[in-house]
Design a protein around this ligand. Structure first.
Ligand code: ZN
Ligand code: ZN
Length: 135
């Protein structure tokens, strides 16, 4: 495995994947759907679609979470793994599924207007009320 390849898997190991190339830093999303889906808030690194190589996906299922996007999860253990918009050329990948060390950092929080009341968001990390970071 090269230096710029990350391996990842769901909690039970039925879904295994690799990221080829350098993933972006992590953005945490506090929207209600991400919170319900993950159980807390969800966060993701982003890679081009063709940089996500799924080696074992027998248990991978996709949920159409909106008209414009779907979310990938392990149908055996329930791990919330991927998010992709139909119109986007990139896919979001849960950093918690990656093998350590990831060498990634969480650099922004989005949809904080919908944040839960059971945690605090690091005040030193940029926050955005909606789904965009402005970049
Ligand atoms: Zn699993
Ligand atoms: Zn979200």
């Amino acid at each position: 495995m090269s230096e710029h390849e990350h391996a990842g898997r769901c909690a039970c190991g039925a879904v295994r994947f690799r990221l080829v190339g350098q993933p972006t830093d992590v953005i945490a999303c506090h929207c209600q759907t991400c919170r319900r889906w993950s159980g807390y808030y969800w966060a993701a690194t982003h890679v081009p679609r063709d940089a996500l190589i799924i080696d074992a996906e027998a248990e991978l299922a996709w949920w159409a979470s909106s008209e414009f996007a779907e979310r990938g999860f392990c149908s055996h253990c329930g791990s919330s793994l991927f998010y992709r918009r139909h119109d986007a050329d990139r896919v979001s990948v849960a950093p918690g599924a990656l093998d350590a060390p990831t060498h990634l950092a969480t650099t922004a929080h989005i949809c904080v207007a919908e944040a839960g009341d059971y945690y605090a968001i690091d005040p030193n990390t940029p926050r955005f009320p909606g789904p965009d970071t402005g970049s």
